[in-house]
Design a binder for this molecule. Sequence first.
Ligand SMILES: [Zn+2]
Length: 118
Amino acid sequence: MRSLFRSLPRWYNASKNMRIKKNDNVIVLSGKDKGKTGKVLQVLPAGERAVVQAVNIRTLHAKPKKQGEKGQMIKSEAPVHISNIMMICPKCAKPARLGARMDEKNKVRVCKRCDAVV
Ligand SMILES: [Zn+2]
């Protein structure tokens, strides 16, 4: 299958501090899927993007590769920019901004709405 991810210049490949993590529940803030919620399937720190389940669906029209094989349409999620999604806090069940705090030794994420560690 052809990759949906456009290649990025090497200088852009620095690891960014991504507040959104895999398996987070997020809400989409803009675009055609505005208001939709879904689980984060993959985080792409290099492009500051995340792949969210059932959000930003792209259809690839694949031609038959072998004789007798049928062409098909492959639907898959394309990455969305993290600025267009917001995490839904599991504690207060609302979209919330995230902060960071030191918890004994580790840096933890906190919900800025209810102050719970997420
Ligand atoms: Zn919260």
